[in-house]
Design a protein around this ligand. Structure first.
Ligand SMILES: [Zn+2]
Length: 463
Protein backbone atom coordinates (compact mmCIF):
# COMPACT_ATOMS: atom_id res chain seq x y z
CA UNK A 1 0.00 0.00 0.00
CA UNK A 2 2.84 2.37 0.81
CA UNK A 3 3.84 2.46 -2.83
CA UNK A 4 0.58 4.25 -3.50
CA UNK A 5 -0.12 7.42 -1.56
CA UNK A 6 -3.64 8.92 -1.82
CA UNK A 7 -3.73 12.70 -2.36
CA UNK A 8 -7.11 14.18 -1.48
CA UNK A 9 -8.45 17.74 -1.66
CA UNK A 10 -11.92 19.07 -0.96
CA UNK A 11 -14.36 21.60 -2.33
CA UNK A 12 -17.22 22.42 -0.02
CA UNK A 13 -20.27 24.51 -0.93
CA UNK A 14 -22.22 26.21 1.81
CA UNK A 15 -25.44 28.11 1.16
CA UNK A 16 -25.71 31.25 3.27
CA UNK A 17 -28.96 31.89 5.14
CA UNK A 18 -29.19 35.56 4.27
CA UNK A 19 -32.63 37.14 4.08
CA UNK A 20 -32.38 37.86 0.35
CA UNK A 21 -30.54 36.33 -2.60
CA UNK A 22 -27.01 37.19 -3.74
CA UNK A 23 -27.78 39.74 -6.45
CA UNK A 24 -31.49 40.55 -6.10
CA UNK A 25 -34.15 41.09 -3.43
CA UNK A 26 -35.89 37.72 -3.78
CA UNK A 27 -36.07 35.73 -0.53
CA UNK A 28 -33.11 33.36 -0.19
CA UNK A 29 -35.23 30.91 1.79
CA UNK A 30 -36.72 28.55 -0.78
CA UNK A 31 -37.14 25.29 1.12
CA UNK A 32 -40.55 23.72 0.35
CA UNK A 33 -41.75 26.87 -1.44
CA UNK A 34 -43.88 26.25 -4.56
CA UNK A 35 -41.59 26.09 -7.64
CA UNK A 36 -40.65 29.35 -9.40
CA UNK A 37 -42.34 31.63 -6.85
CA UNK A 38 -39.12 33.21 -5.43
CA UNK A 39 -37.84 34.68 -8.68
CA UNK A 40 -37.36 38.02 -10.47
CA UNK A 41 -35.77 39.26 -13.71
CA UNK A 42 -32.32 39.36 -12.07
CA UNK A 43 -32.17 35.76 -10.83
CA UNK A 44 -33.93 34.56 -13.99
CA UNK A 45 -31.21 36.25 -16.04
CA UNK A 46 -33.64 38.24 -18.17
CA UNK A 47 -32.09 40.76 -20.60
CA UNK A 48 -31.26 44.13 -19.08
CA UNK A 49 -31.56 43.03 -15.44
CA UNK A 50 -28.65 44.22 -13.29
CA UNK A 51 -27.18 42.40 -10.27
CA UNK A 52 -26.55 44.21 -6.97
CA UNK A 53 -24.34 42.30 -4.48
CA UNK A 54 -25.73 41.36 -1.07
CA UNK A 55 -23.60 43.10 1.58
CA UNK A 56 -24.48 40.60 4.31
CA UNK A 57 -23.33 37.71 2.14
CA UNK A 58 -19.99 39.45 1.55
CA UNK A 59 -19.62 40.14 5.29
CA UNK A 60 -20.38 36.50 6.14
CA UNK A 61 -17.89 35.23 3.56
CA UNK A 62 -15.22 37.39 5.22
CA UNK A 63 -16.35 35.98 8.57
CA UNK A 64 -15.95 32.41 7.30
CA UNK A 65 -12.53 33.33 5.90
CA UNK A 66 -11.45 34.75 9.25
CA UNK A 67 -12.79 31.73 11.17
CA UNK A 68 -10.69 29.51 8.88
CA UNK A 69 -7.60 31.63 9.62
CA UNK A 70 -7.44 33.00 6.06
CA UNK A 71 -5.90 36.17 4.78
CA UNK A 72 -8.74 38.49 3.69
CA UNK A 73 -7.98 40.21 0.42
CA UNK A 74 -8.46 43.97 0.55
CA UNK A 75 -9.33 43.82 -3.15
CA UNK A 76 -11.74 41.31 -4.59
CA UNK A 77 -14.05 41.01 -7.59
CA UNK A 78 -16.73 38.90 -9.23
CA UNK A 79 -16.24 37.01 -12.48
CA UNK A 80 -18.49 35.26 -14.95
CA UNK A 81 -18.03 31.51 -15.19
CA UNK A 82 -19.65 30.21 -18.35
CA UNK A 83 -21.30 26.89 -18.83
CA UNK A 84 -24.51 25.74 -20.38
CA UNK A 85 -26.89 23.91 -18.17
CA UNK A 86 -30.69 24.17 -18.01
CA UNK A 87 -30.68 25.25 -14.34
CA UNK A 88 -28.44 28.25 -15.08
CA UNK A 89 -30.63 30.71 -17.00
CA UNK A 90 -27.92 33.32 -17.74
CA UNK A 91 -25.61 30.74 -19.33
CA UNK A 92 -23.00 31.79 -16.77
CA UNK A 93 -22.66 31.86 -13.03
CA UNK A 94 -21.44 34.92 -11.17
CA UNK A 95 -18.51 33.57 -9.16
CA UNK A 96 -14.97 34.61 -8.25
CA UNK A 97 -11.93 33.51 -10.19
CA UNK A 98 -8.52 35.02 -9.50
CA UNK A 99 -9.40 37.47 -6.70
CA UNK A 100 -11.34 35.47 -4.09
CA UNK A 101 -12.40 37.11 -0.84
CA UNK A 102 -10.14 34.94 1.35
CA UNK A 103 -7.00 32.84 0.81
CA UNK A 104 -4.31 30.83 2.64
CA UNK A 105 -6.13 29.60 5.73
CA UNK A 106 -5.88 26.53 7.91
CA UNK A 107 -7.97 24.40 10.24
CA UNK A 108 -6.25 22.84 13.24
CA UNK A 109 -7.73 19.55 14.34
CA UNK A 110 -7.14 19.39 18.05
CA UNK A 111 -6.75 16.13 19.87
CA UNK A 112 -5.92 14.84 23.32
CA UNK A 113 -2.48 13.93 24.59
CA UNK A 114 -2.00 11.49 27.51
CA UNK A 115 -2.15 14.25 30.14
CA UNK A 116 -5.59 15.47 29.01
CA UNK A 117 -3.96 18.45 27.37
CA UNK A 118 -4.86 19.39 23.84
CA UNK A 119 -2.59 19.79 20.93
CA UNK A 120 -3.08 20.49 17.25
CA UNK A 121 -2.46 17.04 15.89
CA UNK A 122 -3.18 17.81 12.27
CA UNK A 123 -3.39 20.98 10.26
CA UNK A 124 -5.27 21.14 6.97
CA UNK A 125 -4.68 24.14 4.76
CA UNK A 126 -7.45 26.16 3.12
CA UNK A 127 -6.55 27.41 -0.35
CA UNK A 128 -9.39 29.86 -0.84
CA UNK A 129 -12.89 30.93 0.16
CA UNK A 130 -15.01 32.63 -2.46
CA UNK A 131 -18.57 33.79 -2.97
CA UNK A 132 -20.89 32.90 -5.85
CA UNK A 133 -24.54 32.24 -6.64
CA UNK A 134 -26.33 28.91 -6.51
CA UNK A 135 -28.06 27.43 -9.55
CA UNK A 136 -31.66 26.32 -9.98
CA UNK A 137 -32.82 22.76 -9.52
CA UNK A 138 -33.81 20.18 -12.09
CA UNK A 139 -36.69 17.90 -11.19
CA UNK A 140 -36.85 14.71 -13.18
CA UNK A 141 -40.55 13.86 -13.48
CA UNK A 142 -42.33 11.10 -15.36
CA UNK A 143 -43.26 13.20 -18.36
CA UNK A 144 -39.96 15.06 -18.64
CA UNK A 145 -37.55 17.27 -16.73
CA UNK A 146 -38.83 20.35 -14.93
CA UNK A 147 -36.81 23.25 -13.62
CA UNK A 148 -37.32 25.24 -10.39
CA UNK A 149 -35.45 28.56 -10.23
CA UNK A 150 -36.22 29.32 -6.56
CA UNK A 151 -32.66 28.35 -5.56
CA UNK A 152 -31.15 30.30 -8.44
CA UNK A 153 -29.07 33.18 -7.07
CA UNK A 154 -28.95 32.06 -3.43
CA UNK A 155 -25.57 33.09 -1.95
CA UNK A 156 -23.15 30.19 -2.06
CA UNK A 157 -19.71 30.08 -0.45
CA UNK A 158 -17.12 27.74 -1.86
CA UNK A 159 -14.33 26.57 0.44
CA UNK A 160 -11.38 24.88 -1.26
CA UNK A 161 -8.72 23.00 0.70
CA UNK A 162 -5.17 22.16 -0.33
CA UNK A 163 -4.74 18.45 -1.17
CA UNK A 164 -3.56 17.77 2.40
CA UNK A 165 -5.52 14.60 3.11
CA UNK A 166 -4.33 11.06 2.57
CA UNK A 167 -7.22 9.07 4.06
CA UNK A 168 -11.00 9.20 4.33
CA UNK A 169 -11.12 9.31 8.15
CA UNK A 170 -9.25 12.62 8.25
CA UNK A 171 -11.56 13.99 5.55
CA UNK A 172 -14.63 13.02 7.57
CA UNK A 173 -13.25 14.52 10.79
CA UNK A 174 -12.34 17.75 8.96
CA UNK A 175 -15.77 18.07 7.34
CA UNK A 176 -17.50 17.50 10.68
CA UNK A 177 -15.34 20.21 12.26
CA UNK A 178 -16.04 22.57 9.36
CA UNK A 179 -19.78 22.01 9.74
CA UNK A 180 -19.60 22.84 13.45
CA UNK A 181 -17.57 26.00 12.73
CA UNK A 182 -20.05 27.20 10.07
CA UNK A 183 -22.97 26.61 12.44
CA UNK A 184 -21.18 28.49 15.25
CA UNK A 185 -20.85 31.47 12.92
CA UNK A 186 -24.62 31.41 12.38
CA UNK A 187 -24.22 31.99 8.64
CA UNK A 188 -25.72 28.70 7.43
CA UNK A 189 -27.48 25.63 8.80
CA UNK A 190 -24.93 23.56 6.85
CA UNK A 191 -27.65 20.94 6.59
CA UNK A 192 -26.66 18.22 4.15
CA UNK A 193 -30.13 16.76 3.83
CA UNK A 194 -31.47 20.11 2.68
CA UNK A 195 -28.44 20.60 0.46
CA UNK A 196 -27.15 23.69 2.24
CA UNK A 197 -23.78 21.93 2.63
CA UNK A 198 -22.43 19.88 -0.29
CA UNK A 199 -19.05 18.25 -0.70
CA UNK A 200 -16.83 17.35 -3.62
CA UNK A 201 -13.63 15.44 -2.88
CA UNK A 202 -10.93 15.15 -5.52
CA UNK A 203 -8.64 12.17 -5.41
CA UNK A 204 -5.45 11.06 -7.09
CA UNK A 205 -2.72 8.61 -6.17
CA UNK A 206 0.95 9.45 -5.90
CA UNK A 207 3.13 6.45 -6.62
CA UNK A 208 6.38 6.04 -4.71
CA UNK A 209 7.52 3.90 -7.60
CA UNK A 210 7.96 7.04 -9.67
CA UNK A 211 11.17 7.62 -7.73
CA UNK A 212 12.67 4.51 -9.26
CA UNK A 213 14.99 5.62 -11.99
CA UNK A 214 13.80 3.33 -14.70
CA UNK A 215 12.87 5.36 -17.74
CA UNK A 216 9.40 3.89 -17.87
CA UNK A 217 8.66 4.62 -14.21
CA UNK A 218 9.85 8.20 -14.44
CA UNK A 219 7.56 8.72 -17.39
CA UNK A 220 4.68 7.10 -15.48
CA UNK A 221 5.46 9.07 -12.35
CA UNK A 222 5.32 12.33 -14.21
CA UNK A 223 1.94 11.54 -15.64
CA UNK A 224 0.58 10.40 -12.30
CA UNK A 225 0.60 13.82 -10.74
CA UNK A 226 -1.28 15.19 -13.71
CA UNK A 227 -4.64 13.55 -13.26
CA UNK A 228 -7.35 14.19 -10.72
CA UNK A 229 -10.73 12.55 -10.23
CA UNK A 230 -13.45 14.72 -8.75
CA UNK A 231 -16.57 13.27 -7.16
CA UNK A 232 -19.59 15.53 -7.48
CA UNK A 233 -22.01 16.79 -4.83
CA UNK A 234 -22.07 14.28 -2.01
CA UNK A 235 -24.49 15.03 0.79
CA UNK A 236 -23.41 12.92 3.75
CA UNK A 237 -20.14 12.47 5.65
CA UNK A 238 -20.54 8.71 5.49
CA UNK A 239 -20.94 8.81 1.70
CA UNK A 240 -17.85 11.01 1.34
CA UNK A 241 -15.86 8.42 3.23
CA UNK A 242 -17.28 5.54 1.19
CA UNK A 243 -16.72 7.35 -2.11
CA UNK A 244 -13.09 8.15 -1.23
CA UNK A 245 -12.34 4.61 -0.07
CA UNK A 246 -13.85 3.22 -3.27
CA UNK A 247 -11.89 5.67 -5.46
CA UNK A 248 -8.56 4.93 -3.74
CA UNK A 249 -9.03 1.21 -4.39
CA UNK A 250 -10.19 1.73 -7.96
CA UNK A 251 -7.31 4.04 -8.89
CA UNK A 252 -4.65 1.85 -7.29
CA UNK A 253 -5.94 -1.14 -9.26
CA UNK A 254 -5.69 0.84 -12.50
CA UNK A 255 -2.15 1.96 -11.63
CA UNK A 256 -1.13 -1.58 -10.74
CA UNK A 257 -2.24 -2.71 -14.18
CA UNK A 258 0.20 -0.16 -15.63
CA UNK A 259 -2.47 2.33 -16.77
CA UNK A 260 -3.29 5.82 -15.59
CA UNK A 261 -6.78 6.76 -14.33
CA UNK A 262 -8.73 9.12 -16.57
CA UNK A 263 -9.08 12.72 -15.45
CA UNK A 264 -12.82 13.04 -14.98
CA UNK A 265 -15.78 13.93 -12.82
CA UNK A 266 -17.59 11.02 -11.26
CA UNK A 267 -20.84 10.58 -9.37
CA UNK A 268 -21.42 8.45 -6.29
CA UNK A 269 -24.08 5.76 -6.14
CA UNK A 270 -24.88 5.48 -2.43
CA UNK A 271 -26.88 2.28 -2.82
CA UNK A 272 -24.10 0.36 -4.55
CA UNK A 273 -21.36 2.37 -2.76
CA UNK A 274 -19.48 2.91 -6.01
CA UNK A 275 -18.48 5.88 -8.12
CA UNK A 276 -19.30 6.09 -11.83
CA UNK A 277 -18.08 8.34 -14.68
CA UNK A 278 -20.10 11.50 -15.37
CA UNK A 279 -18.01 13.69 -17.65
CA UNK A 280 -14.39 14.53 -18.34
CA UNK A 281 -13.31 17.43 -16.16
CA UNK A 282 -13.32 20.94 -17.58
CA UNK A 283 -10.16 23.01 -17.44
CA UNK A 284 -10.47 26.61 -16.23
CA UNK A 285 -10.13 27.79 -19.84
CA UNK A 286 -13.31 25.95 -20.77
CA UNK A 287 -15.29 28.27 -18.49
CA UNK A 288 -14.05 31.40 -20.30
CA UNK A 289 -13.86 33.39 -17.07
CA UNK A 290 -13.89 37.16 -17.33
CA UNK A 291 -14.59 39.97 -14.84
CA UNK A 292 -18.31 40.62 -14.25
CA UNK A 293 -18.84 43.97 -16.01
CA UNK A 294 -22.05 44.84 -14.12
CA UNK A 295 -20.52 44.77 -10.62
CA UNK A 296 -17.74 47.11 -9.49
CA UNK A 297 -14.69 45.57 -7.76
CA UNK A 298 -14.89 45.10 -4.02
CA UNK A 299 -12.43 47.16 -1.98
CA UNK A 300 -12.38 46.57 1.78
CA UNK A 301 -10.75 48.85 4.32
CA UNK A 302 -8.76 47.21 7.10
CA UNK A 303 -11.18 48.81 9.60
CA UNK A 304 -14.10 47.07 7.90
CA UNK A 305 -12.31 43.72 7.91
CA UNK A 306 -11.36 44.19 11.58
CA UNK A 307 -14.94 45.06 12.51
CA UNK A 308 -16.11 41.57 11.52
CA UNK A 309 -15.62 39.57 14.69
CA UNK A 310 -15.27 35.79 14.91
CA UNK A 311 -17.06 34.32 17.97
CA UNK A 312 -15.34 31.78 20.23
CA UNK A 313 -15.01 28.66 18.10
CA UNK A 314 -15.48 25.05 19.27
CA UNK A 315 -11.75 24.29 19.43
CA UNK A 316 -11.20 27.36 21.65
CA UNK A 317 -14.11 26.30 23.86
CA UNK A 318 -12.62 22.80 24.25
CA UNK A 319 -9.34 24.30 25.47
CA UNK A 320 -11.13 26.62 27.89
CA UNK A 321 -13.29 23.80 29.29
CA UNK A 322 -10.21 21.69 29.89
CA UNK A 323 -7.92 24.36 31.33
CA UNK A 324 -10.43 26.56 33.21
CA UNK A 325 -13.09 24.03 34.16
CA UNK A 326 -11.03 20.84 34.47
CA UNK A 327 -13.33 18.92 32.12
CA UNK A 328 -12.13 15.75 30.39
CA UNK A 329 -11.20 16.19 26.73
CA UNK A 330 -13.83 13.72 25.49
CA UNK A 331 -16.64 15.51 27.35
CA UNK A 332 -15.42 18.97 26.31
CA UNK A 333 -15.49 17.73 22.73
CA UNK A 334 -19.08 16.47 22.96
CA UNK A 335 -20.30 19.58 24.80
CA UNK A 336 -18.96 21.88 22.09
CA UNK A 337 -20.43 20.10 19.03
CA UNK A 338 -23.67 22.05 19.34
CA UNK A 339 -23.34 25.72 20.24
CA UNK A 340 -26.69 25.65 22.09
CA UNK A 341 -25.54 22.79 24.33
CA UNK A 342 -22.23 24.58 25.00
CA UNK A 343 -24.06 27.76 25.94
CA UNK A 344 -26.46 25.87 28.20
CA UNK A 345 -23.51 24.21 29.95
CA UNK A 346 -21.79 27.55 30.47
CA UNK A 347 -24.98 29.14 31.83
CA UNK A 348 -25.33 26.31 34.37
CA UNK A 349 -21.69 26.69 35.45
CA UNK A 350 -21.97 30.44 35.98
CA UNK A 351 -25.39 30.26 37.73
CA UNK A 352 -24.54 27.40 40.06
CA UNK A 353 -21.38 28.97 41.52
CA UNK A 354 -23.15 30.91 44.29
CA UNK A 355 -25.29 27.98 45.35
CA UNK A 356 -22.24 25.75 45.53
CA UNK A 357 -20.56 28.29 47.82
CA UNK A 358 -23.68 28.62 50.02
CA UNK A 359 -24.09 24.90 50.49
CA UNK A 360 -20.43 24.39 51.44
CA UNK A 361 -20.27 21.54 48.99
CA UNK A 362 -16.70 20.35 49.01
CA UNK A 363 -16.93 18.70 45.64
CA UNK A 364 -14.25 20.50 43.66
CA UNK A 365 -15.24 18.51 40.67
CA UNK A 366 -18.75 19.87 40.27
CA UNK A 367 -18.06 21.21 36.78
CA UNK A 368 -17.15 17.74 35.57
CA UNK A 369 -20.25 16.36 37.30
CA UNK A 370 -22.43 18.89 35.45
CA UNK A 371 -20.68 17.93 32.22
CA UNK A 372 -21.47 14.27 32.94
CA UNK A 373 -25.14 15.10 33.45
CA UNK A 374 -25.35 16.70 30.01
CA UNK A 375 -23.08 14.32 28.10
CA UNK A 376 -24.76 11.19 29.48
CA UNK A 377 -28.13 12.87 28.88
CA UNK A 378 -29.26 12.18 32.44
CA UNK A 379 -30.99 15.52 32.14
CA UNK A 380 -32.26 17.07 28.94
CA UNK A 381 -30.83 20.42 27.95
CA UNK A 382 -34.43 21.46 27.19
CA UNK A 383 -34.98 21.72 30.94
CA UNK A 384 -35.07 25.29 32.27
CA UNK A 385 -31.71 26.25 33.81
CA UNK A 386 -33.12 26.64 37.35
CA UNK A 387 -34.63 23.17 37.34
CA UNK A 388 -31.45 21.67 36.00
CA UNK A 389 -29.45 23.33 38.76
CA UNK A 390 -31.85 22.02 41.46
CA UNK A 391 -31.34 18.49 40.21
CA UNK A 392 -27.58 18.83 40.11
CA UNK A 393 -27.47 20.36 43.61
CA UNK A 394 -29.50 17.42 44.93
CA UNK A 395 -26.85 15.10 43.51
CA UNK A 396 -23.94 17.12 44.84
CA UNK A 397 -25.18 17.34 48.45
CA UNK A 398 -23.35 15.07 50.89
CA UNK A 399 -25.48 11.96 51.39
CA UNK A 400 -27.02 11.10 54.72
CA UNK A 401 -25.19 8.02 55.91
CA UNK A 402 -27.23 5.04 57.07
CA UNK A 403 -25.50 4.49 60.43
CA UNK A 404 -26.93 1.01 61.01
CA UNK A 405 -25.80 -0.17 57.60
CA UNK A 406 -22.35 1.35 58.04
CA UNK A 407 -21.84 -0.47 61.37
CA UNK A 408 -22.89 -3.75 59.83
CA UNK A 409 -20.50 -3.31 56.92
CA UNK A 410 -17.58 -2.41 59.18
CA UNK A 411 -18.26 -5.48 61.36
CA UNK A 412 -18.24 -7.68 58.31
CA UNK A 413 -15.07 -6.20 56.79
CA UNK A 414 -13.12 -6.47 60.07
CA UNK A 415 -14.24 -10.08 60.53
CA UNK A 416 -13.32 -11.10 56.98
CA UNK A 417 -9.91 -9.44 57.02
CA UNK A 418 -8.09 -10.48 60.18
CA UNK A 419 -4.62 -10.01 58.68
CA UNK A 420 -4.76 -6.26 57.98
CA UNK A 421 -6.39 -5.81 61.40
CA UNK A 422 -3.44 -7.60 63.03
CA UNK A 423 -0.97 -5.66 60.90
CA UNK A 424 -2.51 -2.42 62.04
CA UNK A 425 -2.37 -3.47 65.66
CA UNK A 426 1.32 -4.34 65.20
CA UNK A 427 1.89 -0.75 64.09
CA UNK A 428 1.57 -0.97 60.32
CA UNK A 429 -0.83 1.93 60.24
CA UNK A 430 -1.06 1.88 56.45
CA UNK A 431 -2.96 -1.41 56.66
CA UNK A 432 -6.04 0.57 57.61
CA UNK A 433 -6.33 2.01 54.12
CA UNK A 434 -7.19 -1.41 52.75
CA UNK A 435 -10.00 -1.77 55.32
CA UNK A 436 -11.36 1.69 54.58
CA UNK A 437 -11.32 0.84 50.89
CA UNK A 438 -13.29 -2.36 51.47
CA UNK A 439 -15.93 -0.53 53.48
CA UNK A 440 -16.26 2.26 50.89
CA UNK A 441 -16.68 -0.37 48.21
CA UNK A 442 -19.48 -2.12 50.12
CA UNK A 443 -21.14 1.22 50.83
CA UNK A 444 -20.93 2.04 47.11
CA UNK A 445 -19.34 5.39 47.96
CA UNK A 446 -22.24 6.44 50.17
CA UNK A 447 -20.07 7.19 53.17
CA UNK A 448 -17.28 9.60 53.93
CA UNK A 449 -13.85 7.98 53.99
CA UNK A 450 -12.77 10.11 56.96
CA UNK A 451 -15.66 8.97 59.14
CA UNK A 452 -15.18 5.35 58.07
CA UNK A 453 -11.52 5.54 59.04
CA UNK A 454 -12.30 7.02 62.48
CA UNK A 455 -14.89 4.35 63.14
CA UNK A 456 -12.52 1.51 62.15
CA UNK A 457 -9.72 2.94 64.29
CA UNK A 458 -12.07 3.21 67.25
CA UNK A 459 -13.11 -0.44 66.94
CA UNK A 460 -9.65 -1.87 66.40
CA UNK A 461 -8.16 0.10 69.26
CA UNK A 462 -10.94 -1.20 71.57
CA UNK A 463 -10.13 -4.82 70.80
ZN1 LIG B 1 -34.52 37.41 -7.88
Amino acid sequence: MNDYQPVIGLEIHVELKTFSKMFCQCPAFYFQKPPNTQVCPVCLGLPGALPVPNQKAIEWTILIGKALNCKINRFSKFDRKHYFYPDLPKGYQISQYDEPIAVDGRVEMISKDPTNHVSAKKIFRIRRVHLEEDTGKLIHAKNGTLVDFNRCGVPLVEIVTEPDFDNSDDVKAFLEELQVIIRYLGVSDADMEKGTMRMEPNISIKSQKSKVKSQNQVRLGKKLSNYKVEIKNINSFRFVKQAIDYEIKRQIEILKSGKIPTQETRGFNAEKQITYPQRTKEEAADYRYFPEPDIPSLVFTQEYIDSIKVPELPSQKIKRYIFDFGIRFEDAFILTRDKKVAEYFETIISNIKNQIAKLHIKNQNYKQIIANFIVNKKISTDLPVEEFINKVIEDLKPKEVDKGLLNEVIDKVLKNNPKPVKDYQKGKTNAIMFLVGQVMKEMKGKAEAKIVREEIERRINKE
